[in-house]
Design a protein around this ligand. Structure first.
Ligand code: NDP
Ligand code: MG
Length: 390
């Protein structure tokens, strides 16, 4: 039996992971499931999968979790330290699917096990890519990317020599506002931004898809994970979300990964790697689809892409600044304090402010230093939001 844990089990990626595991429950020994606010789901899944422990990120929900697990014999935990302890419990395969920089410390704890980490939490690569990869290297842990574009790149690179790669193209659907007039974006509502045309995902990544911050993060993720230069990474708008990424080689060949927009493919690939197993995803009928479209991204509509390039150019720990500013700006939009285009303005303000003033960026990348710069960037983003919100 393979021992598996899921960090962020109650979220969109977590639930898709559970769907795959529950279909072959006899093959898995579920060690730990973690969540935050959704105690009912966490307890229900922990009981159904007979997990050893269920942990919520929120200290004040410990009693609720205990009540929900009563009589099951499953341990309950709460708080940041309990999540890290759960991530440290021996397992053969761990899914890192907490949303945001909150996933960094648990992900690092999981990496210290020397087994396999399926990495959906792109924020940990954006804010501390080098630290994540060094930790994996030191402990001999295999990281399998779960972001659909990065799983696609990984698959296109199997058996290839990275030195023969000329470029990597990641596709973007364009999100909810792909065809909106740019001058109308300031009227975009939270509901409109939370509706993705192709993918069914958590609310935060859905809004990040509409603003292109998700793709901006993925460009940085590609740079960090595959160790290719920013100049080698291109973004291509592809409204149907069928081709997830393409790898271009020095002989002019492009290897594309094509599949339906269903995260269970990338999750299943990581779960069964190095085997391929049958997965419950739709088989594409290309003749019925007929045609696929591609467009160059318009950086005027999506300033996030330019900001990602500036972040990579600055190097050091600027990724942590970018991520923290983006998370705070997103909170500001969700709370109705700033409008949709102001999210990018806030991130731009923070990048300018911290780049100009701070020796923190060049400091050694440790978890403490990343968390410190994350904190500074969140404060700077709050100031930038306050300036706009009045
Ligand atoms: P969701 O918002 O759906 O789920 C997030 C998970 O993290 C939930 O289990 C949530 O708990 C938990 N969580 C929230 N805050 C904290 C915290 N402070 N500490 C610990 N746990 C917390 O997100 P997604 O599943 O959409 O995304 C998860 C990660 O995967 C993100 O990094 C995202 O970028 C990445 N990703 C997602 C894709 C998708 O299809 N959804 C595609 C590619 C990448 P609760 O719900 O109980 O509050
Ligand atoms: Mg993606």
């Amino acid at each position: 039996m393979r021992r598996v844990s899921i960090l962020g089990a109650t979220g969109s990626i977590g639930q898709n992971t559970i769907d795959l595991i529950a279909r072959a429950a006899g093959e898995y020994d579920v060690v730990a499931l973690t969540g935050a606010g959704n105690i009912a789901q966490l307890a229900q899944d922990a009981i159904a999968l007979r997990a050893d422990i269920a942990v919520t990120a929120h200290d004040h929900l410990l009693d609720d979790l205990r009540d929900a697990l009563q009589g099951s014999g499953i341990d309950a935990g709460a708080g940041k330290a309990a999540i890290i302890e759960a991530a440290s419990r021996p397992a053969d395969w761990i899914m890192s699917a907490i949303v945001g920089a909150a996933g960094l410390a648990p992900g690092l704890a999981a990496l210290e096990q020397g087994t396999t980490l399926a990495l959906a939490n792109k924020e940990s690569l954006v804010c501390a890519g080098r630290l994540v990869l060094e930790t994996a290297g030191r402990h001999g842990t295999k990281i399998l990317p779960v972001d659909s574009e990065h799983s696609a790149i990984y698959q296109a690179l199997i058996g290839e020599d990275l030195k023969a790669v000329e470029r990597i193209i990641i596709t973007a659907s364009g999100g909810a506002f792909r065809d909106w007039p740019v001058d109308k974006l300031c009227e975009a509502t939270l509901d409109q931004a939370s509706n993705h045309p192709n993918w069914d995902m958590g609310q935060r990544i859905t809004i990040d898809s509409a603003s292109m911050f998700n793709k901006a993060m993925e460009v940085i993720e590609t740079h960090e994970f595959f160790d290719v230069s920013p100049e080698q990474i291109e973004v291509l708008v592809h409204p149907q979300s069928m081709i997830h990424a393409l790898v271009g080689f020095n002989d002019g060949a492009l290897m594309a990964h094509v599949g339906p927009p269903d995260m269970r493919h990338a999750i299943g690939f990581a779960l069964h790697h190095p085997e391929r197993r049958q997965l419950p995803v739709e088989r594409l009928d290309l003749a019925a689809i007929g045609s696929l479209e591609f467009r160059a991204p318009n950086e005027g509509r999506w300033p996030a892409l330019r900001l990602a390039r500036e972040t990579m150019q600055a190097g050091g720990m600027m990724g942590a600044v970018f991520n923290a500013a983006k998370e705070t700006a997103l909170d500001g939009f969700i709370a109705g304090r700033i409008n949709f285009p102001q999210m990018a303005e806030v991130v731009e303000d923070v990048l300018a402010r911290i780049a100009a003033s701070d020796g923190h960026i060049a400091a050694t990348m440790t978890l403490d230093n990343v968390l410190q710069i994350d904190h500074l960037a969140r404060q700077a983003a709050q100031d930038a939001i306050h300036k706009r919100a009045g």
